[in-house]
Design a protein around this ligand. Sequence first.
Ligand SMILES: *Cc1c(COP(=O)(O)O)cnc(C)c1O
Length: 234
Amino acid sequence: MSRRDELERNLAAVRERIAHACEQADRDPGDVTLVVVTKTHPASDVELLADLGVTDVGENRHPEAADKQAEVAASGASLRWHFVGGLQTNKAGAVARYADVVHSVDRAKLARSLDRGAEAAGRTLRVLVQVDFDTTDPGRAGVPPSDVRALADVIVGECRHLELGGVMTVAPLGQDPEPSFAHLREISADLARTVPTATTISAGMSEDFEVAIRHGATHVRVGRSVLGQRPVLQ
Ligand SMILES: *Cc1c(COP(=O)(O)O)cnc(C)c1O
């Protein structure tokens, strides 16, 4: 089977799963955006995905994301690029030049760096606050639920080149994702009451996106179910 056929088959299966989850949740599938996470996979895969109708792709590392974005843009394909990984402050300026949405803002310093980068690039960057619901592992990315409002205030109040787009989470490893996704939806509703642009709920990966859709996810980030296992990083 060609790579194109493989991706087409996997995409069809994922879209079917999304449609089924939406039906179960009485939601319109048009309200759920599939972000295909292409990290570690080559630009040629991204080009095939664009050809197969994918509009949104996700990456988690700079400069891999920058290189791929440039290569794909040169091929003529037009996509929205979502930066979904942990981000060092000193790389924020570079990411602000090519990302359309950054899902992983979890500290004021990073927000301010992205804001300066967006200003320098002459653009407005949509950002999400990453929320962490895991109380057992302090090393994880994301702010605890109680700190979302304070970070949102910095983004809305101080960062004129950022648009607060909503919230994102990665469910705690090895735990039932349901309570996290349910809580994220409450946080989102609270935020949206005062920030009209904060409409995005980014939640759910290959293993758990049906649960996320049941809890209002507007963006699901799916890697392996579309692209297969990732090559082992050297
Ligand atoms: C890799 C990654 C995904 C996709 O995970 P899969 O299990 O491959 O679907 C989603 N979100 C983030 C933040 C990721 O790093």
